[in-house]
Design a protein around this ligand. Sequence first.
Ligand SMILES: Nc1nc2c(c(=O)[nH]1)N[C@H]1C(S)=C(S)[C@@H](COP(=O)(O)OP(=O)(O)OC[C@H]3O[C@@H](n4cnc5c(=O)[nH]c(N)nc54)[C@H](O)[C@@H]3O)O[C@H]1N2
Ligand SMILES: Nc1nc2c(c(=O)[nH]1)N[C@H]1C(S)=C(S)[C@@H](COP(=O)(O)OP(=O)(O)OC[C@H]3O[C@@H](n4cnc5c(=O)[nH]c(N)nc54)[C@H](O)[C@@H]3O)O[C@H]1N2
Ligand code: SF4
Ligand SMILES: [Mo]
Length: 702
Amino acid sequence: MGEIKTHYRTCNLCEAMCGIEITYQNKTVIAIKGDKKDVLSEGHICPKATALTDLYNDKDRLKTPIKKTTNGWISISWEEAYNEVASQLKRIQKQYGKNAIGSYRGNPTVHNIGLMLFGAPFIQSLGSNQVYTATSVDQLPHHFASLMMFGHYLMLPIPDIDRTDFMLIMGGNPAVSNGSIMTAPDFSNRLKSIKKRGGQVIVIDPRFTETAKIANQHHYIKPGTDALLLLAIIHVIFKENLATSGNLKNHINGWDTIKELVKKYPPEKIANIVGVDKEDIKQLAINFGQAKTAVCYGRLGLSTQEFGGVCQWLVNVLNCITGNLDSIGGALFTLPAIDIVGFSKKTGKTGSFNKIQTNVHNLPEFTGEFPVSALADEILTPGENQIKAMVTIAGNPVLSTPNGKQLEKAFESLEFMVAIDIYLNETTKHANIILPTATGLETPVYDLVFHQFAIKNTTKYSDTLFEKNKEQRHDWEILKDLTSCLSGKENPLNLEQTLDYMLQFSSYSTPKLSVEELKKHPHGIDYGYLKPQLPERLFTEDKKVELANSLFIADLDRLNDKLELWKTNITSTYPFILIGRRHLRSNNSWMHNSKRLVKGKNRCTLLIHPKDADYLKFIDGQTVSISSDVGHVKLAIEISDSIMTGVVSIPHGWGHNRKGTNLTVAKEVAGVSINDLTNPKNVDCLTGNADFSSTKVRIEKV
Ligand SMILES: Nc1nc2c(c(=O)[nH]1)N[C@H]1C(S)=C(S)[C@@H](COP(=O)(O)OP(=O)(O)OC[C@H]3O[C@@H](n4cnc5c(=O)[nH]c(N)nc54)[C@H](O)[C@@H]3O)O[C@H]1N2
Ligand SMILES: Nc1nc2c(c(=O)[nH]1)N[C@H]1C(S)=C(S)[C@@H](COP(=O)(O)OP(=O)(O)OC[C@H]3O[C@@H](n4cnc5c(=O)[nH]c(N)nc54)[C@H](O)[C@@H]3O)O[C@H]1N2
Ligand code: SF4
Ligand SMILES: [Mo]
């Protein structure tokens, strides 16, 4: 028996970057606990951290390349796999042109230093403009607003949760998601602390969420109407003379334009549409404006809606016109050790919009990628630049993007597909070859992305715990090898060397950073809370915050048209609005193969309000049929007054009942995929982001 040892690292499963303490013996984990000395999380963890063990031990996890044959999947050597992938991709590009290869990168990409550093060069080596990622079913509107207002798509303002007096949360449920575009481990206690210091937390959500439960106040809102609510709040703030430019006085363009345009949105005009009482809106705005410091935080539910771009713009506007942008207790910009915002100053990659459009639906490019809602039709529609081969990397778009059934058909029609992934799942089963990667405890962790979005400037590197087996490859090794096969150019640097190179340019000089140095600080290095950085940090030409970019102003016409439509109460064949929800023990689509996470009560249910259930004569637990304009599913209902009437909810990331996957545990708790009901035609026309909040469904007895 070996000695019992302790290892410290960052949990890379969600954005919270919790420090964990792992006791282990040989290659067996004994326990995973919160690392009390971690400079950011100070001991907090959630139940998912312990599932890192399950991931490590998962018998279904792939270790060597596999190839689809008429007799099923067979194991092949890495050399054979690389040769086949490179020759197929080259053949297809030769025959159909560069853009015949599409790529999709999923969420774990941003949690994985190997994929972050070696993914972009690989995509570049493909030389195709058919680039897709999970960004466009998620946070694209945040980037869009930042590019248009601050001149850089990665300059996302982060709420100063630990020092604010007032936090307005719209379309986010951080008590469960552990926070997003706001790395703040132990979010719930940070929220409770706001209340303890006499401040207020207000939640706007169509569901009385776990976050709403710990807030001072919650208001239901009709999904998709948040832009109107934000306009009305800003209206009241100007009307009550509560607007102030704070420290940014001489650094804002468009102040008067905003002041003028919000005149059209008094609370009484929009209250009935959004479903929030006009007096409540007024009071909320006044409280926000009068608070010593305040911050509005709008997350996924605000982004994945018809006016996601306008919403994220207005969130920034609200923070700005109350003097809370770039201000302590408001929303601030980070300065991480490896500052990818600063880095792109050197490379000129600050973001781009609408340089090209997709072939079939004319959706706009954003910073080198297209909206994933366009993907299936780009594969299925003949014509120039049609996608004939796909590369998916750490993504499961069959379950995570609109109309998964159509995407399955699209993938089946391809001439070739390769997936770089750890499982044979709903997406990768369509590939000809799967290149599996080492993951979790077998890899080092350095958060390139989430340090950039954290409430404090800290830095931390975690070493590999268990060396991968000889036959396994790291994500970065696979990408590096494939890049050199495709481009003929050898990259001399490995992962650690690349990271070392970047650390040389650290924003902080003591200690002088390197991987070696970081290894001496297993709990991380703390550089303290965020500081105001404007106007110097701005990337706009005149170094001013662009409050009233014409793209947003123009999009208000679309909102005004919709407002008229919302006023008329048309009866629909699909009377319910369908929204999603997350669960603490779930992580998008790919952690349902951990027994300890999925055990217990069935979680993939249709949440429905008692009044709606009564009207339809449904009883709790009954299986019903749910249909939308693109598909239908059958699911048990869960009656709960936590959801507003007229709205129902299904969690996303389920639907493991598809044939041909190898997910032993997940199959037993399959559930259904909400994205068999969502329609890729529902997009935010401004940004191209998926609009999930417009999904309408009909519910019937089976
Ligand atoms: N209706 C609806 N749809 C949604 C959402 C919603 O709220 N409602 N949420 C959206 C959001 S926010 C997101 S981010 C997307 C997520 O969408 P995706 O990123 O497409 O989906 P994931 O479920 O995160 O799948 C991750 C994949 O990465 C693999 N993987 C895990 N670890 C590794 C690794 O270390 N290396 C490699 N190579 N692969 C790995 C997993 O096996 C899995 O196949 O879904 C979106 N879809
Ligand atoms: N446990 C767990 N944690 C996760 C994940 C997970 O799958 N499980 N996924 C991770 C990922 S990839 C992400 S991006 C983050 C997302 O983190 P969050 O942004 O916190 O995401 P959700 O929990 O989906 O919360 C979105 C909220 O928006 C509400 N909503 C829906 N439509 C509307 C609307 O039109 N208006 C308003 N105001 N609200 C609306 C929903 O009811 C829901 O409460 O979570 C991350 N963390
Ligand atoms: S909150 Fe996120 S980072 Fe922290 S332990 Fe849970 S999954 Fe890991
Ligand atoms: Mo996400």
